[in-house]
Design a protein around this ligand. Sequence first.
Ligand SMILES: Nc1ncnc2c1ncn2[C@@H]1O[C@H](COP(=O)(O)OP(=O)(O)O)[C@@H](O)[C@H]1O
Ligand SMILES: [Mg+2]
Length: 337
Amino acid sequence: MSSQLKPSEIVRQLSEHVIGQEAAKRTLAVAIYAHYRRMAANAGDNAVELSKSNILLVGPTGTGKTLLCETLARILAVPFVTADATSLAQTQFVGDEIEAILHRLLDRADGDIERAQRGIVFVDEVDKLKAIGGQARATSGESVQHALLKIMEGAPIRLKDGRHLDTTNILFICGGAFVGLDHILTRTHTFGFISTTAGDDEKILERLNARVKPTDLLEFGLIPEFAGRLPIVARLHDLTQEMLVRILTEPKNAIYRQFRAMLASDGVDLQIAPAVFGQMAELAIEYKAGARSLRGIFEEMMSDVMYAVPDNPGIRQVVIRSLFERAEMIATGPTGS
Ligand SMILES: Nc1ncnc2c1ncn2[C@@H]1O[C@H](COP(=O)(O)OP(=O)(O)O)[C@@H](O)[C@H]1O
Ligand SMILES: [Mg+2]
């Protein structure tokens, strides 16, 4: 069964879709492995009941948090849903809203309760629950966290159809950008007096200091009980230009591959010069939305081509040499076939 996947295998499969973010992949893979191990152990009659560790993904927007969770669920073949902590704060009846999330999970499991109870729920934007002056909220950030805690800790939730969904084994992954966290870490780090000469010690020191402690999260409005329920923190980093280029071209469903396939079905061979990917990546960096803006940039570049091709069945090849030049559309051989 997929739950037997080793961490290294999970990382390998994640890497087919997610570029970079190696540290986060490893942390996630180890946590997942432990999670499904624990479930197996608790299912037997072990003396020690192993308790669950939920995960917090910290990283800027568009760097792959949602993609990592989605891909993970696909690899494990478990149902997956996402939710926004901020929308939970905008609703009056947070309990109903949370029940709705579990309902969606059950839908993704084709109504199979057992399967839903092994699923993954990704709760994004948990860093934006702090009361902001003047901004009225239907539910306070604290109540949202208390409501989330209840299902994260594991509780049988009564669904509308009268059935119960036990959340004990559902894995909760929370996400947030936590802007300014590094600044907090440099203020709160405590390790500095380990005598060190070797580079290795320094590395360990760096790692300890880069560790996110639950208390570092309190400034973002997380209550201690909630922060304490997220003992595993994985950090994602800004994508470099080189990574953005890889995202455009490498993954199985990379944008470039998608457009090539789309045009190929019209009998058109799409050729994009390597420099163009660099230009798109540079533009994406300016937009400051991680990899999120890549698709829009690509679509815009292709828009003239996608307009012209259906009207001109003679076109056999499209060559793009620069993001800032017109695409060259070449009709070779006998046209009209
Ligand atoms: N590391 C990455 N590797 C591949 N694609 C990525 C990566 N990061 C972001 N993307 C792409 O950018 C878009 C937004 O990513 P997402 O995972 O939703 O970001 P967020 O961190 O805000 O959740 C998705 O279409 C995704 O495919
Ligand atoms: Mg996201």
